[in-house]
Design a protein around this ligand. Structure first.
Ligand code: SAH
Ligand code: MG
Length: 224
């Protein structure tokens, strides 16, 4: 990991719950996400997660929110990304909707993950499409979140829409965290990398830390 600061402890039980939960974040990146969330939560504002899946990364944001007496707002339609659909590389058949086996429903798994870890009081789950949720929660501007964690759809259209609809709602001094950043196309899709570059080249952000595919930036100036 590059960047300043020590890694705070993750509360007893939460780390075990994180490791047990389905999802796509390894423990070392989870620790880096948690460290960013603990720091950002000191602003006293809610944290935001785009892309919750079964609640794995949510647990770390919720634990950080609990320490600071705030919440994490999670956004996911809980129908899965393109690569999680039946027949695709990251499909998990256990997650098919009990009432309609042609589609996913990760919401029951998400709820159980959060409840079993005792963190329901620190999670406000929004079930819906990301840009639509952003517009309904107040549109651009406002600086209402202390941290924005982007881990939703990985097409350029989704990543760009997530960036444009939520990053304007990040407070000055708040942290923008982007997962699955692969500078080399041989390692993975480029959409998260492209929004990371867009943030850096906007001049509004400073680089705080990098841990493998997880990038942490701080808003230093208004605008995206
Ligand atoms: N953060 C999770 C993994 C998220 S996987 C973890 O660490 O385990 C990506 C998630 O983004 C999926 O659950 C998918 O349903 C959601 N997603 C993809 N595109 C979306 C969109 N446009 N609006 C809302 N959610 C979306
Ligand atoms: Mg991810």
């Amino acid at each position: 990991m590059t960047g300043p600061g020590t890694t705070p402890e993750i509360a007893e039980g939460v780390l075990a719950a994180f490791e047990a939960a389905r999802g796509f974040m390894p423990v070392d990146e989870g620790r880096a996400l948690h460290a960013a969330a603990v720091e950002a939560a000191r602003l006293g504002l809610p944290l935001l997660e785009i892309g919750s899946y079964c609640g794995r990364s949510t647990l770390l944001l919720a634990e950080a929110a609990r320490r600071a007496g705030t919440v994490v707002v999670t956004v996911d339609h809980h129908r899965g990304s393109e690569e999680q659909q039946p027949g695709q590389e990251y499909h998990d058949p256990d997650l098919l909707d009990a009432a309609d086996a042609t589609r996913l429903d990760t919401l029951p798994f998400f709820r159980r993950t959060v409840a079993d870890a005792g963190l329901e009081a620190h999670v406000v789950a929004v079930v819906g499409g990301s840009p639509r949720a952003a517009a309904a929660l107040g549109g651009g501007g406002g600086g209402r979140f202390g941290l924005v964690f982007v881990d939703g759809g990985h097409t350029d259209a989704h990543a760009t829409a997530d960036y444009e609809s939520w990053v304007p709602q990040l407070a000055d001094g708040g942290l923008l965290v982007i997962h699955d950043v692969f500078p080399d196309p041989a390692d993975g899709g480029q959409a998260p990398y492209r929004i990371w570059r867009r943030a850096v080249s906007s001049g509004a952000f400073g680089e705080v830390a990098t841990h493998r595919t997880l990038r942490v930036l701080r808003r230093l100036a208004p605008g995206i």
